[in-house]
Design a protein around this ligand. Structure first.
Ligand code: AMP
Ligand code: AMP
Length: 361
């Protein structure tokens, strides 16, 4: 486990006047890099050859490091190169999708913006639920065994990527039948079934508010809001119910994009209080709490109850809808503020106030 003091030593050797923002070339990298450039910071991208076209078309990267595989980030030689470039890494969804939590907490000797210890809380569904519960949020019910299923339930696999392999079920019998079918289609394995997470399916609309927790200002800012565009679930309504029944579809939730959302204003105070409460609880569980971006994944029902089914304690790709601006960032900052830029601004202010060690781990 890399300790705070190890990162402190690295930071002490950095030339903070030449600080660079680095990340993996995927997910929300353009958002992060554009924000860093607009705040006058250098940018370093660790990227696969096939994706380099993005940074030719959108020139937001100063230093492009081509790798065959994102796991090369664990190589000491690459890490040394990043440290020599005074890089602060910004973790996003591809970090946890392509590297394990242990690899991130134990083998990545480059400063990360954020609180490394929270990665463990986030990766484990049980601890994540405890955290959200203790923060006073409303959560969907969960079921220990498939045999307890008594209502519509969403079956989630550990570490499923983008909801691929999730399925809906409303009884033990239907659960085992669908699990068998999914195994046959190669979407999931038998081992996945043993660790499946069974959560009440909340009927309502999805809303994903994204916040920025500023350690420097002791404040939680609501900066953007989105919903996802998921295939195949968002396409099922396009075919008539009779055909849906005939082909017996199991909805899947693979993300292909996001839409911005402006929330009914009377819901905003609760959304704001939820962000504050989650951060406050995190300061007790793993001080100093959340550093930087985080997002709550919620469903809002027709009686306007907000259910939270997940948290991401890092930038989510849904904030890409706010590149340039979003109504919520605008309300706070005026034009041209968004998550990537807010991250860079915090780093710049941390340098100015000699507090860089407080925003990295
Ligand atoms: P990628 O690098 O595109 O494979 O994404 C890494 C992880 O982030 C995967 O688990 C994706 O499902 C998730 N992800 C990527 N883009 C989005 C998006 N636009 N909205 C929500 N999740 C995303
Ligand atoms: P996740 O990978 O956990 O973000 O979930 C993927 C998708 O499944 C979400 O975007 C929602 O559309 C849906 N979903 C997940 N959990 C629930 C739930 N408890 N109730 C309703 N929909 C859910």
């Amino acid at each position: 486990m890399i300790e705070t003091k190890d990162i402190q030593k690295i930071i002490d050797k950095y030339d903070q006047s030449k600080l660079a923002v680095g990340t993996l070339g995927s997910h929300s990298s353009l958002n992060i890099f554009k924000g860093a450039k607009e705040e006058g910071l250098r940018t370093v991208c660790i990227c696969k050859e096939k994706d380099a076209i993005m940074y030719q078309k959108y020139p937001v990267v100063d230093e492009l490091i081509i790798v065959k595989d994102f796991t090369e980030l664990l190589n000491e030689s690459l890490q040394e190169r990043l440290r020599n470039l005074n890089v602060i890494l910004i973790p996003h969804g591809s970090f946890t999708a392509y590297l394990s939590t242990e690899q991130l907490t134990d083998s990545l000797k480059v400063p990360l913006m954020g609180n490394r210890k929270l990665l463990h809380w986030e990766a484990n569904r049980k601890s994540q639920e405890d955290w959200l519960h203790q923060a006073g949020l409303r959560l969907p019910a969960t079921f220990k065994s498939p045999n307890d299923i008594d209502r519509l339930v969403i079956a989630k696999l550990q570490g499923a990527k983008g909801g691929r392999g999730y399925f809906l079920t409303n009884s033990p019998k239907s659960f085992y039948k669908k699990a068998d079918e999914m195994i046959k289609r190669g979407l999931i394995t038998k081992e996945d079934i043993e660790t499946v997470h069974l959560q009440e399916y909340v009927l309502g609309v999805n809303v994903y508010p994204s916040y920025f927790s500023s350690i420097l200002n002791s404040d939680v800012e609501l900066l953007s809001m989105d919903r996802r565009y998921e295939t195949a679930v968002d396409s099922i309504g396009k075919i008539p119910a009779s055909e849906q029944l005939e082909i017996d579809i199991a909805p899947t939730y693979t993300v292909v994009g996001n839409f911005p959302i402006v929330l009914r204003e009377s819901l905003l105070p609760e959304v704001m209080r939820m962000g504050e409460a989650v951060h406050k609880k995190a300061t007790e569980l793993t001080p100093p709490g959340i550093i930087g971006p985080f997002c709550l994944e919620t469903v809002i029902t027709d009686d306007l109850k907000i259910y939270t089914f997940e948290i991401s304690a890092r930038i989510v790709a849904g904030t890409n809808v706010g590149i340039g601006t979003s109504p919520y960032a605008y309300l706070r900052y005026g034009e041209n503020m968004y998550m990537g830029r807010r991250i860079a601004l915090e780093l710049k202010n941390a340098v100015k106030q000699k507090q860089l060690q407080d925003v990295v781990a």
